[in-house]
Design a protein around this ligand. Structure first.
Ligand code: F6R
Length: 603
């Protein structure tokens, strides 16, 4: 949802800034731009299109300098165009700014600025910011004061970085949108996310809402909303740069699908002990006061939440899952006996953060289940549990879904024991199966026939994904992944619901992808037959031991036989691969699907 970056060093900044934008492109790719302070003024290059276009254009420029800001955009106000691309300036080129988020009162500010003679050159909400800073400078304020006075006028959610001609400082702030400082040897960095500068430094400072930072090549001075100096810890991130690069894979998505064994090993490392879980964050009894669990999440994370709900409900815990934006709009009852779990890979999804806030207002205990240690969700919730999947760059979530569900299996064990007084049903076998997931995923990624099978899913009218129990959220996830990157119509259903409506759409042109867990196969088999009777080709994905399904389905994609409570995580890997190979055959923009961005920091 837009990526912003800045660099200030003792050497030249243009190349590192372009590289940071390439690393941030998963946050938006409608347009990209850079402003460099080059000794004679501020030089701006910005273009509609991908960062590669900007990179090609600036490769021939000799305007370089030690200080710059950059932006990659996912449009919210104004269509993608050169004019709407950031950085934006005031009436002159004295001030340049980049922004992520939404300035809600921009109309009112723009009208007032116009009345005072300011002229605007874009449709963006952002452009009011450089004009406000410019006005502050014209009124005799120092650059730092002019920046602070400008942001004091803003309502909404934002991360903003600004530079002022002749000033060796980057000014920045955040309110509801992420912003992190990178501390380097000869330069300092600022970005929406750590991968932007991970190749240069792993020492970071996460900013809090309302922090204002003045960044130079050797210092970072942080003040709070009242201008009082505040200290934020310098942390070292344990992600490798290699994790954040594509390597020999054609796409990040494929790399991240193949990284799942490693991601799952990290997720589970040290967290299973004998026949119980060892969650250092949550020793036995941690949830003694809780009686109800609510999951709030969006998209893929919502499907992981549904999986978590299923795990808890089957063992007697009162659990529900809510689409975060709906929860935020009309929150269900919650009190101090409610645990509200925000499932969010990025930890920055605005809808999820708002839902967590609503839960907090009602007295609920909040827990962030996230991949990003310094994220807003991790910092604002009462508790955090990290999924440890490593950086995920592809917009379509893959390895983080697997790690989210694996983490939820661990958490479910603790919650069920604390809330019911007994372990989960069959817990020893289930934890063993969990521990074996990494090698089972390896088997799938080496032996899969998904590329060949995906050819059955090209150019069809619709694709229906069905499953029961834990395979139902996975069917929803399979459909989301397929539609996201192939742009083909796909819907997920509880297999039993097919006959209550969707069957009207099933024809020989609508492949049905049925996900089985090995439990209660006969009902799924009936649903498969219902589809086949209407002429639909059926692809079944189920444990290799499900010979009945293998015989009934038109195509069978096996996964290693393991505990039925976790086997759907494996089936999901096959679904990811089907979506990937279908999208690849259609030459889709796999890592950056149209209209989508990875981290959705607007509501
Ligand atoms: C789909 C996808 C999105 C995200 C959703 C929530 O592949 O990635 O549906 O799952 O935007 O994002 P997080 O998990 O960061 O809150």
């Amino acid at each position: 949802m837009c990526g912003i970056t800045a660099r200030i060093g003792t050497d030249e900044s243009l190349e590192p800034l372009v590289s940071s934008l390439e690393n941030l492109e998963y946050r938006g790719y409608d347009s990209a731009g850079i402003a460099i302070q080059n000794g004679t003024g501020i030089e701006i290059n910005k273009f509609e299109g991908a960062v590669s276009k900007l990179a090609a254009e600036v490769s021939t420029t000799d305007h370089d300098g030690p200080l710059g800001i950059g932006h990659t955009r996912w449009s919210t106000h104004g269509p993608p165009s050169d004019d709407n691309a950031h950085p934006h300036t005031g009436c002159g080129d004295r001030v340049a700014t980049v922004h992520n988020g939404i300035i809600e009162n921009h109309d009112e500010l723009r009208t007032a600025l116009r009345d005072r003679g300011h002229e605007f050159s874009s449709d963006t909400d952002t452009e009011v910011v450089p004009h406000l800073i410019e006005e502050g400078l014209a009124n005799g304020r120092s650059p730092g004061d002019a920046f602070r006075a400008a942001i004091d006028r803003l309502e909404g959610s934002y991360a903003i970085a600004a530079i002022v001609e002749g000033e060796p400082t980057v000014y920045a702030t955040r309110n509801g949108s992420p912003l992190v400082i990178g501390i380097g040897e000869t330069a300092n960095y600022l970005a929406s996310d750590v991968p932007a500068f991970l190749q240069f430094t792993d020492r970071v400072v996460y900013l809090e809402d309302d922090d204002v930072v003045a960044l130079t090549d050797s210092t970072h001075r942080i003040t709070d909303a009242h201008g009082t100096a505040v200290s934020r810890p310098v942390e070292t991130v344990d992600w490798d740069q290699e994790d954040a690069e594509k390597g020999s894979y054609d796409h990040y998505m494929l790399k991240e699908i193949h990284e799942q064994p490693v991601a799952l090993r990290q997720t589970l490392h040290g967290r299973i002990g004998g026949d119980d879980v060892e969650l250092s964050e949550f020793p036995p009894g941690s949830f003694g006061e809780i009686s109800t669990v609510q999951f709030v999440a969006c998209g893929t994370s919502y499907h992981a939440g549904r999986y978590g709900e299923w795990l808890l409900s089957k063992d007697g815990v009162d659990a529900t899952t809510h689409i975060a934006s709906e929860y935020a709009g009309s929150p269900p009852p919650a009190d101090e006996h409610t645990l509200t779990i925000g499932v969010t890979q990025s930890g920055e999804t605005a809808d999820t953060l708002e839902a967590l806030e609503r839960a907090r207002e009602r007295g609920a205990r909040t827990l962030a289940l996230t991949n990003v240690v310094g994220s807003t969700a991790a910092r604002t919730c009462d508790d955090a549990l990290f999924i440890r999947a490593g950086p995920e760059i592809g917009v379509a979530a893959t390895k983080t879904f697997s790690s989210q569900v694996a983490t939820l299996v661990l958490l479910a064990e603790r919650l069920v024991r604390d809330l019911t007084g007994s372990p989960t049903d069959d817990h020893t076998a289930r934890l063993d199966a969990l521990a074996s997931l990494p090698e089972h995923v390896e088997t799938i990624t080496t032996e899969t026939r998904a590329a060949e099978v995906s050819r059955r899913c090209l150019g069809d009218n619709g694709h229906f994904f069905i499953g029961r129990e834990s395979a139902y959220p996975v069917a929803l996830e399979g459909a989301l992944k397929f539609k996201e990157i192939t742009y083909g119509h796909a819907e997920g259903f509880a297999a039993g619901e097919l006959k209550h409506g969707p069957l009207a759409l099933v024809t020989e042109d609508t492949p049905v992808i049925a996900v089985g867990t090995g439990r209660d196969q006969s009902r799924l088999q009936s649903n498969i037959s219902e589809s086949q009777t209407r002429g639909a080709p059926v692809i079944a994905i189920a444990p290799e031991t499900a010979t009945d399904l293998a015989e009934t389905a038109d195509v069978f994609l096996p996964v290693p036989a393991t505990h039925p409570d976790v086997v759907a995580i494996l089936a999901n890997v096959q679904l990811q691969l089907i979506a990937y190979h279908a999208a690849s055959a259609m030459e889709r923009s796999i890592d950056k699907p149209r209209n989508l961005a990875k981290s959705v920091t607007v509501e």
